[in-house]
Design a protein around this ligand. Structure first.
Ligand code: NDP
Ligand code: 2IT
Length: 449
């Protein structure tokens, strides 16, 4: 039995049977269940309310065909998904991921995590997620546009500014959101805040581009200050990935006085002992959609190595995992701990394996779980929804100040719950409990729906 509590064990066993082989979804659910065992002990009535059975069953799961025509005239078929996981706290909210590894398990794990993350922000957002196994890499703008239009030709029936509000995630950035928004507008003849992460010229929020990465650094600053009595100033930092989250995490960490010495993509990583030049990275990744290895063509003193996982072998004080799920395993955790890491922040969703998380917690490393540490992005999306509803926009500084506040609060809530439940500083436990408490209260108030 994975869980001491028999009821929880049975719910989980049933979940395994009904979602056979969906390892990412089961991984995310078992982590949350493990954190909530102590809550169930304190409030045994939750069993009668069927809260746990309801939590792990998505309210709606949509899968659809996405046919499109490539530049050579070939017909291609991809699979589209949207999971509308839980709307107890607000309209479904969460990103779309376009990546060849996308499947039902990945979408469900992301949607499940999103429910708790969104609750932690304190904004009225439920949890959802979606995407496709479409690979935007190497596709022309025309191909990406035709794919997005075909994707939206089905998705538009299920979403709406008060129902379900998608945004970006891996492989979905400003270009894709633009094409998706344009087609939604054409199909419905309405200009609404149905997507977030929009361009600034048509209703996007200032600071959304920076929000996840900067938010991660604000969260990490809280961890370092409260749990370790220090700050990012003078720290050596590793940042995995080199997409939206990674780049802006590296920018903010550098601004706060840290030295980012390595970044990666799915092929390999660069090491620059003098501190990664972010103007060069931005130019390669954001302007040219290039590969991280191109960095060493411009910065001759830096080195490039294949195998992105080896980035974790570089000695550092702080590790920010900003690429993808399960990128940081037991072996990597062991190396980081051996090399004296004091803080790990998850910019990505579930980048650390379950064993890696346990090792960090046991070793006394300050560990910031994704659903808390990377919530700055969706929090800013929530503020984009507010601005769209008001038909008004806040300045960059106004949005940044609100996000900083939200990230400080998320840390506080998780830390307070970790103390209340007897494991001070265990932010996995604390954040799961704090997120759950809000969702649970909203679910109980609304009856069996
Ligand atoms: P991007 O598409 O901008 O960048 C993704 C980065 O991760 C790229 O460097 C990519 O490398 C790397 N990557 C993707 N898949 C893999 C893989 N299988 N193995 C190794 N590296 C991989 O996405 P984001 O920066 O937006 O997202 C990164 C993470 O942050 C994801 O986990 C996402 O869910 C999470 N997140 C994103 C938020 C946002 O606002 N964008 C908010 C909260 C969390 P390559 O180019 O080689 O594919
Ligand atoms: O994982 C995430 O929180 C996101 N990809 C952002 C979701 C959003 O709705 O902005």
């Amino acid at each position: 039995m994975l869980f001491e509590n028999e009821y929880l064990g049975n719910v989980y066993e049933n979940l395994e049977k009904r979602n056979f082989g969906e390892k990412e979804f089961l991984q995310a659910a078992s982590e949350v269940f493990a954190s909530l065992e102590c809550v169930l002990k304190r409030y045994p009535a939750l069993e009668k309310e069927g809260v746990f059975e309801r939590l792990v069953e998505p309210e709606r799961f949509i899968q659809f065909r996405v046919p499109w025509v490539d530049d050579s005239g070939n017909i291609r078929v991809n699979r589209g998904f949207r999971v509308e996981f839980n709307s107890a706290v607000g309209p479904y909210k969460g990103g779309l991921r376009f990546h060849p590894t996308v499947n039902a398990s990945v979408i469900k794990f992301l949607g499940f995590e999103q429910v708790f993350k969104n609750a932690l922000t304190g904004l009225p957002m439920g949890g959802g997620k979606g995407g496709s196994d479409f690979n935007p890499k190497g596709k022309s703008d025309g191909e990406v546009m035709r794919f997005c239009q075909s994707f939206m030709a089905e998705l538009f029936r299920h979403i709406g500014p008060n129902t379900d509000v998608p945004a970006g995630d891996i492989g979905v950035g400003a270009r894709e959101i633009g094409y998706l928004f344009g087609y939604y507008k054409k199909l419905t003849n309405s200009f609404t805040g149905v997507l977030t992460g929009k361009g600034l010229s048509y209703g996007g929020s200032l600071f959304r581009t920076q929000a996840t990465g900067y938010g991660l650094c604000y969260y990490v600053q809280n961890m370092l200050k409260i749990l370790k009595g220090t700050s990012l100033e003078g720290k050596t930092v590793l940042v995995s990935g080199s997409g939206n989250v990674a780049i802006y995490a590296a920018v903010k960490a550098t601004e706060l006085g840290a030295k980012v010495v390595a970044m990666s993509d799915s092929n390999g990583y660069i090491y620059d002992k003098d501190g990664v030049r972010l103007d060069v990275v931005k130019n390669i990744k954001l302007q040219r959609r290039g590969r991280i290895r191109e960095y060493v063509d411009e910065v001759k003193t830096a080195t490039y190595k294949d195998n992105f996982k080896d980035i974790w072998a570089i000695p550092c004080d702080v590790a920010l995992a900003c690429a993808t799920q399960n990128e940081l395993d037991e072996k990597s955790a062991e190396l980081l701990i051996k090399n004296g890491v004091c803080c790990v922040g998850e910019g990505a969703n579930m980048p650390s394996t379950a064993n890696a998380v346990d090792m960090f917690l046991k070793a006394g490393v300050a560990f910031g779980p994704g659903k808390a540490a990377n919530a700055g992005g969706v929090a800013c999306s929530g503020l984009e929804m507010s601005q769209n509803s008001m038909r008004y926009s806040w300045t960059f500084d106004e949005v940044e100040a609100k996000i900083k506040d939200i990230m400080n609060n998320i840390f506080e809530k998780g830390y307070a719950a970790s103390k209340e439940y007897g494991e001070p500083g265990n932010l996995v436990l604390g954040s799961n409990i704090a997120g759950f408490s809000k969702v649970c209260e909203a679910m109980l108030a609304q009856g069996i729906v």
